[in-house]
Design a protein around this ligand. Structure first.
Ligand code: PMV
Length: 297
């Protein structure tokens, strides 16, 4: 007799016992990589992100948009992250099901793993009464599965949303926006692992100590960008984007495809453009102001 596989539960059917959470996708405007070394960074949690619905269940974790279907205990990175997160929040992950609605691509430099962790953390917190600080700590612990040494910027932006300054010592400080920023995002076809890029930068700094100066300069560029933002000087902010991209190239985290996307954005009229996130693929951002359509093309 052929084996009959059990019909997987339909996690999409909400019940009175469903709890829901949301995590913002993030864009690092300035300071990626340097933030791992304690430098300040400028980031934004955007409106798009990941929503999670949690029900009592058997540890199923599904995200159709990412073709992801894993289970607590199967050893997949996502399963390990969810286990770690739930453990920190004091609930057994294998007694819950997780249904994820993702509005962003995975592993593209947009903070998908942090958005997922925060969405799950918020949904679990809605059941247990955990505080936002507990959710942040648990989501950052989950991030260690994907990142060697997460600075915490992705989870802070995913939880808080809006524009903020982040450093490891003081965390997230919201920054007011005096005018809307017309930012374009271009996603490359290259997927990559953040931990590989972070480790690559660490090795470079060990082998070539002068590379540490690039890290410090990236922090200074982030501070200059924050000043530009505070005074509403979009052109100066765009110049900082261009400088940061050059410095990130120096750290070896850009790729030919990212450089081409940056060049195409500038040629189409963007005031400034740079890679965002860990690099090695992923995404670029461009400050387009009134040239958004041309830049996106
Ligand atoms: O994983 P990404 O591409 O969102 O990048 C995270 C930003 C880094 O500064 C490279 C790492 C970190 O933990 O801050």
């Amino acid at each position: 007799m052929p084996a009959v596989s059990p019909t997987p539960p339909d996690l999409r059917v909400p019940s009175s016992d469903t709890s829901t959470g949301f995590g913002h996708a993030k864009l690092i405007l300035l300071g990626e990589h340097a933030v791992v070394y304690g430098q300040p960074a400028l980031a934004a949690g955007i409106a798009a992100g990941v929503r999670c619905h949690v029900n009592p269940g058997q540890g199923n974790i599904r995200a159709p948009a990412w073709q992801m279907d894993v289970q607590v205990g199967d050893g997949a990175m996502v399963s390990q992250a969810v286990e770690r997160l739930c453990e920190r929040l004091g609930v057994p992950a294998k007694e819950l099901d997780f249904w994820l609605e993702a509005e962003i691509p995975a592993r593209a430099g947009l903070g998908s793993s942090a958005a997922m962790a925060v969405a799950i953390g918020q949904a679990v917190a809605a059941r247990t009464g955990a505080l936002p600080a507990d959710v942040l700590a648990a989501a950052t612990a989950a991030e260690t599965v994907f990142h060697a040494t997460p600075s915490g910027i992705d989870t802070a932006a995913a939880l808080r949303g809006g524009v903020g300054r982040f450093d490891r010592a003081t965390g997230w400080q919201p920054l007011p926006l005096h005018q809307p920023l017309d930012l374009c995002v271009g996603v490359s076809k290259q997927v990559r692992q953040t931990s590989d890029l972070v480790t690559g930068v660490a090795r470079l700094c060990e082998r070539v100590p002068v590379a540490r100066r690039l890290i410090e300069t990236l922090g200074q560029v982030a501070c200059a960008g924050m000043e530009a933002l505070a005074s509403g000087d979009v052109e100066a902010l765009a110049q900082e984007f261009n400088l940061a991209h050059g410095l990130l190239c120096g750290l070896g985290v850009s790729t030919r495809e990212l450089d081409e996307l940056v060049r195409a954005a500038r040629t189409a009229g963007a005031l400034g453009a740079k890679l965002t996130g860990a690099g090695g693929g992923g995404a670029v951002i461009a400050l387009a102001q009134d040239r958004g359509e041309d830049v996106l093309k």
